[in-house]
Every structure is written in structure tokens, then in C-alpha cells.
Write a protein that binds this ligand. Structure first.
Ligand code: FAD
Length: 388
């Protein structure tokens, strides 16, 4: 088989890149290790920056998001029982869109199917060959037989545990990492959200987040120790703990119900540089991870795709500037989102080895944010998403 761009990974980054390129007449094949049902059942991100919203519209997959998504004008930050709202629109003129990653992925699969896009799922043993030559190819096994795809370029959109980043020699790749000493226990329930907007709650018992997917689907998170197991947390224990960490008025109106999904995710900051090796380009979680506190993971995948998509389109029009500068441009934005996600995580979580001085620093920063329009503008500017 031959294609112009072989895309490894059928998550949001791979599917969005494939869809955008196809609309410009550039041929792609997406290789996904898992089944489609598996990919569509993963519960992950839920907040889209406006740049990501516009990119999804450009890809022709914005209709359901525009009809069913919830534009949010602001968010609420709480510490113990006090708090304040940051108005994104007032501070930046921009909103964010609450629309689940699962829905984004579903819309992208449907759009790819409508255009007869090639997505090969359950592709095993995907291996990249000759990425540093002018004639790269990818091999994989499907239903027991070996296949080969020759291509012009390879897009590594296969997430943190994929093969693409690992293909880049250690002499070329530099990795930067911080692993946080806690995780997030997430619970999804078919209950109305406790508030119209997200509530980020700093608390001496640990951080909590009240989020949502739609008018009857809520997503709540609790900071938990890394060695906690999901089985240790009954639904009742989760709700009781959440009520203690969020402001009293929110706790009183919280509607609880049985969980339909519960999982623990570790928190990590990670960046791999460069994001290009020869004809292999990394995009999304394959190149970087952020702790979810700033809602940036999916949004960074979208901005990488924006740079890569435009670079590849330019290449086929005869101009290589976009692909030559891809890594630098993508990384410049990645590092700023890494900084924001790290600073939100540092501000809002209880660190196990935290000194009394560090706790006071968090409290002082919270007070400063509460009282400073300039500080709120800076937070809002990062939260709604820096320009591409
Ligand atoms: C448990 C969890 C919860 C999260 N929650 C949030 C959140 O609340 N807010 C937020 O902003 N972000 C969150 N994120 C981050 C966000 O979901 C990711 O940033 C986003 O999915 C990145 O998209 P991607 O396409 O780059 O990678 P992925 O979504 O990871 O997609 C990569 C795809 O590649 C496939 N793949 C992997 N290896 C191979 C291989 N060898 N061959 C072929 N295919 C392969 C995978 O099966 C997967 O489908 C969460 C992530 C996780 C893991």
C-alpha cells in the first residue's frame, strides 16, 4: 500500500490530522492498535479551547459540538469555603467549549467514514522504518498477516505509550519530566452538574474539581494518594469526600447518584524534544503530557495538529517552511501550556511533603488571584488558550 501521510494512532490527534488533510486532497492511512469500540469508550478530556473549536469546525466536524456543546464564560476557584469567579469573556473576550473528548472522537470517526477515510484498527506491531531517509515505510500485522505502507511522511499520534517517540534515537531525543506525588480519582455520573461552570477547589484535604459533559452527565475528581485503588473508593465514600472539599453551598446542592465510570489517573508533566526526526513528526500525547488541572492535554494535541497540517499542506504546494519549523513552533506553545498546567497543579494541590511555608505561598497566591484583575486576566488568557 502507498499513501502520502501514514498516521499512527487513531485518537483525537491522528483522526483530526487525517480529516483535515483529506479535505485538502492529501491521502492518509490511520493505523490504530485498539478496536474502535475501545477507543470510543475512553472517558478523558472535556474542555476545548476556542482554537480547538475552530479547528474542529475547519475539519467539518463542528455541527454536533455547536449544537450540543456548552460554551462557558468563566470558572470558579475555591479555597476551603471561600472563592471567586474568573470571567473569561470579560478578561479575554473568549469562551471555552465543554464537549467531551469521547464525542469529538465519535464525530471524527463518523466524518472519516463518510469520506471513505482509511482507518485500520487492531493493527498490531506497528513499526516505523527509514524515518530518517527519503523513503520511509511502516509495517504492521492485521489478522495474522504482515502489511507494509510506503509513504512520504509519518505522523506519530500514538499517545504517550506509542512506538513513534521510541523510534527516535536516544542521541537525538531529550526528555523532560515531572511526576506528581498524587493522582486524580474521576467519577462519571448521570446527574445534573452541581454548577453551570467548573469549580476548582483547593482544600486542606486535597484538591477537587467539579466538571461536566452535558446537562445530565457530571464528571467529578478528587486528588488521591498514588497508591489508592479504585476498589477502595465506594461511590458513597467519593461523594462524602467531595462534599467536604467543595464550598458548602455547592455541597448542599450536589446531586449524587451511582457512578457509571470511575478511574484513577496519575499526574505527569512530560515533554520530548524535538518533535520531528527526518520524516517522522510527533503530535499530541506522543510528544508531551500535562497534568489535567489546566485542561490542556487534548487542546495541545489540536494545536500540534494545526501546525503539522498547515506545514504538510504547504509542502504539497511546494513550500517546506512549515514542516522545517514544525518542531520549534509546536514546542514554543507546548512549553507555555506545560507551564500553565504545572502552575495550576502547584497552586491547587496538597503536596504530601509540603512545608508550612509552601502552604502559605499557595494561600498567598490564591489571595492575590482573588484580588488582582491582572492576575485573573493572565489565568484566563492561558485557560481559554494562547493563540496558535
Ligand atoms: C485517563 C486519562 C484521562 C484524561 N483526562 C483528561 C482531562 O480530564 N482533561 C484533559 O485536558 N486531558 C485529559 N487527558 C489527556 C487527553 O485525553 C489527551 O491529551 C488526548 O487524548 C491526546 O490525544 P492524542 O490523540 O495525542 O493521544 P491518545 O488519545 O492517547 O491517542 C493515541 C492513540 O494511539 C493508539 N496507539 C498507541 N500505541 C499505538 C501503536 N503502537 N500503534 C497504533 N496505535 C497506537 C492508542 O490506542 C490511541 O487510540 C486524559 C488522559 C488520560 C489517559
Amino acid at each position: 500500500m502507498r499513501t502520502q501521510v501514514a498516521i499512527i494512532g487513531g485518537g483525537p490527534a491522528g483522526l483530526l490530522l487525517s480529516q483535515l488533510l483529506h479535505r485538502k486532497g492529501i491521502d492518509t492511512v490511520v493505523l490504530e492498535r485498539r478496536s474502535r469500540d475501545y477507543v470510543l469508550s475512553r472517558i478523558r478530556a472535556g474542555v476545548l479551547e476556542w482554537g480547538a473549536v475552530e479547528l474542529l469546525r475547519e475539519a467539518g466536524v463542528g455541527a454536533r459540538m455547536d449544537a450540543e456543546g456548552f460554551p462557558h464564560d468563566g470558572t470558579y476557584l475555591a479555597s476551603e469555603n471561600r472563592g471567586f469567579r474568573i470571567d473569561f469573556v470579560e478578561r479575554t473576550g473568549k469562551q471555552v467549549m465543554v464537549y467531551g473528548q469521547t464525542e469529538v472522537t465519535r464525530d471524527l470517526y463518523e466524518a472519516r467514514d463518510k469520506m471513505d477515510g482509511q482507518i485500520i484498527d487492531e493493527a498490531e506491531g506497528v513499526t516505523i522504518h527509514g524515518a530518517d531517509t527519503d523513503a520511509p515505510h511502516v509495517t504492521y500485522t492485521k489478522d495474522g498477516s504482515e502489511h507494509r505502507i510506503d509513504c512520504d511522511f509519518i505522523a506519530g499520534c500514538d499517545g504517550f505509550h506509542g512506538v513513534s517517540r521510541k523510534t527516535i534515537p536516544g542521541t537525538v531525543l531529550r526528555e523532560f519530566e515531572r511526576v506528581y506525588p498524587f493522582g486524580w480519582l474521576g467519577l462519571l455520573s448521570e446527574t445534573p452538574p452541581v454548577d453551570d461552570e467548573l469549580i476548582y477547589a483547593q482544600h486542606s484535604r486535597g484538591f477537587a474539581l467539579c466538571s461536566m459533559r452535558n446537562a445530565n452527565l457530571s464528571r467529578y475528581y478528587l486528588q488521591v494518594p498514588l497508591d489508592d485503588k479504585v476498589e477502595d473508593w465506594s461511590d458513597d465514600a467519593f461523594w462524602a469526600e467531595l462534599k467536604q472539599r467543595i464550598p458548602e453551598d455547592a455541597a448542599q446542592r450536589l446531586v449524587t447518584g451511582p457512578s457509571i465510570e470511575k478511574s484513577i489517573a496519575p499526574l505527569r508533566s512530560f515533554v520530548a524534544e524535538p518533535m520531528r526526526w527526518g520524516r517522522l513528526f510527533l503530535a499530541g500525547d506522543a510528544a508531551h503530557i500535562v497534568p489535567p488541572t489546566g485542561a490542556k492535554g487534548l487542546n495541545l494535541a489540536a494545536s500540534d495538529v494545526h501546525y503539522l497540517y498547515n506545514g504538510l499542506v504547504q509542502h504539497y504546494e511546494g513550500d517546506d517552511e512549515g514542516i522545517e519549523t514544525y518542531s520549534e513552533r509546536a514546542l514554543a506553545r507546548v512549553w507555555k501550556s506545560e507551564r500553565f498546567s504545572w502552575s495550576m497543579t502547584t497552586l491547587l494541590h496538597l503536596f504530601p511533603d509540603q512545608s508550612p511555608f509552601e502552604r502559605r505561598m499557595q494561600e498567598a497566591e490564591f489571595d492575590y488571584l482573588a484580588g488582582s484583575e491582572a492576575a485573573q486576566t493572565a489565568l484566563a488568557e492561558n485557560y481559554v488558550g494562547l493563540p496558535y
